[in-house]
Ligand binder design. Structure first.
Ligand SMILES: [Fe+2]
Length: 228
């Protein structure tokens, strides 16, 4: 069992990264809604944000393929076809969204409005579809893995996944993970990085966390983890 907010719950490989996926998708969808099609810099910021969101979504899918798929095959094989179909559907949506972002990035300002409208609505539709997928993994896949594996084994999977992410990419993950976590999750993740990463790598993670939290939230976690 893991400790979260003072309570004991089974280890959930998905909990923290799925919070980040939701935060990232709500954020970029909202950003698309308030972007002015005539504003070159705002459109460039939106496309840049999309590229970061796409990177974490694709990175997350690769982590599921590399570190979770064999566990699903071993312990929840009855869910595997549904899961694979959902992943293929997500990949197809991501490809279309990326093509739409690319069109938006290269179109003259006078032709952007309908492209931006479509990108905004397609992002919202993708988010709606993807929320169901996240919930399916949380409600069906995770309990099957919890029934078959110990918390220590599952914590090992989480640590393997995080350890596989190169530091510059981890800084992008931090931008979405850290603000979407509660305090105890932030303390566990950043405190673990402080204890485990070489100082120059931890400095990258610390700076990424400081940049995405309010000053008060940053001071609170930095003081509790001992790197204030
Ligand atoms: Fe998934």
């Amino acid at each position: 069992m893991g400790t979260v907010d003072g309570g004991m719950i089974a280890w959930d490989v998905y909990r923290e990264i799925h919070k980040a996926m939701r935060f990232a998708l709500f954020g970029v969808t909202t950003m698309a809604g308030h972007t002015d099609a005539a504003d070159d810099a705002a459109v460039a910021r939106l496309v840049g944000e999309w590229l970061d969101v796409k990177m974490v979504l694709e990175g997350h899918h690769a982590h599921e393929d590399d570190f979770c798929d064999h566990l699903v095959a071993a312990h929840a094989s009855h869910l595997r076809d549904d899961l694979e179909a959902a992943h293929r559907l997500s990949d197809a949506h991501l490809e279309r969204l990326d093509a739409a972002a690319n069109e938006l990035a290269t179109a003259p300002a006078s032709e952007r409005w309908p492209l931006l409208r479509r990108f905004h609505l397609d992002l919202a539709d993708f988010t709606a579809m993807y929320l169901g997928h996240l919930r399916y993994e949380e409600d069906h896949v995770m309990p099957a893995l919890n029934a078959a594996m110990s918390d220590d084994e599952l914590e090992g999977v989480t640590n393997q996944i995080r350890g596989s992410v190169p530091p510059p990419e981890m800084c992008v993950f931090i931008r979405y993970m850290v603000p979407s976590m509660n305090f105890s999750e932030r303390l566990n993740m950043l405190g673990g990085m402080y204890q485990g990463a070489p100082p120059e790598i931890f400095e990258m993670f610390r700076a990424a966390a400081e940049a995405c939290l309010s000053p008060a939230d940053y001071r609170q976690v930095a003081a509790a983890a001992g790197f204030a």
